[in-house]
Structures are given as structure tokens and as C-alpha cells.
Design a protein around this ligand. Structure first.
Ligand SMILES: [Zn+2]
Length: 301
């Protein structure tokens, strides 16, 4: 055993070779608190973003190579929430939500996913670092929850039978957001090419029932390590392989030195036009809900 934290801010992979299934489990705590701290979102939006971040961590941890990026974007036509963006890079997560606060207030304390998004779409983009390949799939945002929308993304867009569960709640300890995904892989092993998948595969039905038996209370139980969480329903299987854990944290790429390097690529005259009334170039980061004042003389000529 290692002493890696398997309780909070961590993703864990699992395979069940005899059942041709793989899974991922994540549980986020302090990372969610840090991300939400920069925004003053109402509880409904905080819960939505916390779940979306758990989903982002689940999907990001499916990336085969370390430097790959996964982006989750929900966009709507005239929904209360008009944009939700989260991404994952090297175990770092960030996200934000754009919404109409007046219409949200009118929607009551527990609006459904449909009430929040109306007619919306969920786009999931994987950028593999090693191969520079980009894969994007888009599905309608329907169903009662983000988890069901993600499930239909895999089932419809990818033809991979999948079960996705998400839960998020705030307690005296702060936020906890957690999720599991289990998927049927006809070849059994990760990394091999998918040839053909039957949605009604009997082995898959068994895995789906057991994975579906994991309760929200277990997902959100901060003292239950993830290896135990995923092992519990499958303890009668001949073999359950636990993959190395991936630590998760809040992370943004909007650091001022990077921003200065981006501005430095613009011609000098254009840089001058970017300067605002206060004498600074203001660069917004929607993820951090902050803007960075950059002075012209900070930029490399
Ligand atoms: Zn940022």
C-alpha cells in the first residue's frame, strides 16, 4: 500500500478484467472550495458547478496520456444558465458558470436541469497530448441530471455502454463532490481499439447493476477511501485491478507571466490600444473571476 490520499481531491481508476469493464472514481473537497471561493454563486449554481467539476475530473482521468486536456462545455439557447465551462489538465481543474441571476431567483430553490438549461447542448472535448488528436462529441442536454446527460453522451455519441453517478453537497467541512463512471470495454483491456459493442451485453448488465448500487452517501463519505468505494460492490469478482491514483487540484493557466507572454506577441501599436483609462491592460480570467492589471512596461519589447 502507498500512503497516497485516496479520500479527497483524488481520482482512481479500476478495471474488472473478467467483466470487460473499467471504472473511475473521484472525490473532490478542498479543490471545490478553492474554485468556488472566487465566485459568489448562489447555492444552486455552486452545486451545479461542483457536480460538473466531479464529472470533469472523471472524464479527464480517462485520458490515456498525462498532458492531455479535457474540456466540458454546456451551452444553451436562452437557458437560465447560458454557459458552463470546466476543464482538466494534468490533474488540475477549473470551471465557471454564466447565468441570469434574476431568472434563477424566479426558478425556486431546486430547479431541474431542464429549468436551468432549457434547450442545451453538452460538448465534451478530449485533446490527447502525445498524438495531438482532438476528439469532440456533442449531445443534447436532456435528462434529469448532468450525470444522465454524460451517460447519454457515451451511449449515443460514443456507443460505449456507461453508467455515470455524480453527487455534490456542502457540509461544515466544506464542499464534497464525487462521482463514478463505469464503462463496458469489449476488448477488456484499456488502450486497445474498440471493435464492436453490444449495448445489451450480459456482462455489462451485471457491472451496471453493481456500480449503480453505490449510494450518494458513499460517494460523499469523506472518510471512505476510493479504493474501498469501488471495491465494495465488486468484492465477489475474481479480480479487481486498482490503477495508480491521480491527485487533483484547482489550477488555472491565467498566471500573469503567461498573460504577458501572450500580449508580447501583439505588435507594439496594438498593445498600446489595449491600455485602458487606468493605464493598464486588463486581462479577465472568467475561471478565476479576476482581472489582471498589466502595465505596458512589464512586457518584453
Ligand atoms: Zn484564471
Amino acid at each position: 500500500m502507498t500512503d497516497t490520499n485516496l479520500n479527497l481531491d483524488v481520482a482512481l481508476g479500476v478495471t474488472i478484467p473478467a467483466r470487460h469493464a473499467r471504472g473511475r472514481a473521484v472525490r473532490l473537497g478542498p479543490a471545490i472550495d478553492e474554485i468556488l471561493a472566487n465566485h459568489a454563486y448562489p447555492p444552486v449554481i455552486e452545486t451545479l458547478l461542483a457536480e460538473a467539476l466531479a464529472l470533469t475530473a472523471l472524464l479527464g482521468s480517462l485520458l490515456k496520456d498525462g498532458g492531455g486536456q479535457m474540456t466540458l462545455q454546456a451551452q444553451t439557447e436562452n437557458g437560465i444558465v447560458d454557459l458552463l465551462v470546466c476543464d482538466y489538465l494534468n490533474g488540475e481543474l477549473r470551471g465557471y458558470v454564466r447565468y441570469d441571476s434574476e431568472r434563477l431567483a424566479e426558478a425556486g430553490p431546486t430547479p431541474s436541469l431542464f429549468a436551468l438549461f432549457g434547450k442545451g447542448y453538452l460538448a465534451i472535448t478530449f485533446d490527447q497530448a502525445s498524438t495531438k488528436e482532438r476528439y469532440q462529441g456533442i449531445v443534447p442536454l436532456e435528462g434529469e441530471s448532468l450525470a444522465l446527460a454524460a451517460q447519454s453522451y457515451f451511449t449515443q455519441s460514443e456507443q460505449i455502454p456507461s453508467i455515470v453517478r455524480l453527487a455534490a453537497a456542502k457540509s461544515d467541512d466544506g464542499w464534497t463532490a464525487s462521482g463514478i463512471i463505469f464503462q463496458h470495454l469489449p476488448e477488456g483491456e484499456e488502450g486497445r481499439e474498440r471493435i464492436h459493442t453490444k449495448l445489451d451485453h450480459p456482462e455489462w448488465g451485471h457491472v451496471a447493476v453493481l456500480a449503480g448500487s453505490i449510494k450518494d452517501g458513499e460517494l460523499l463519505d469523506r472518510v471512505l477511501p476510493l479504493d474501498e468505494l469501488v471495491w465494495r460492490p465488486f468484492h465477489e469478482e475474481a479480480e479487481v485491478r486498482i490503477l495508480p491514483a491521480v491527485p487533483l487540484s484547482r489550477g488555472c493557466r491565467c498566471d500573469p507571466s503567461y498573460v504577458r507572454s501572450v500580449i508580447a506577441r501583439f505588435p507594439v501599436e496594438e498593445r498600446a490600444r489595449m491600455v485602458g483609462d487606468d493605464g493598464f491592460i486588463r486581462v479577465d480570467c472568467a475561471f478565476c473571476a479576476t482581472d489582471f492589471p498589466i502595465a505596458l512596461d512589464e512586457i518584453e519589447p
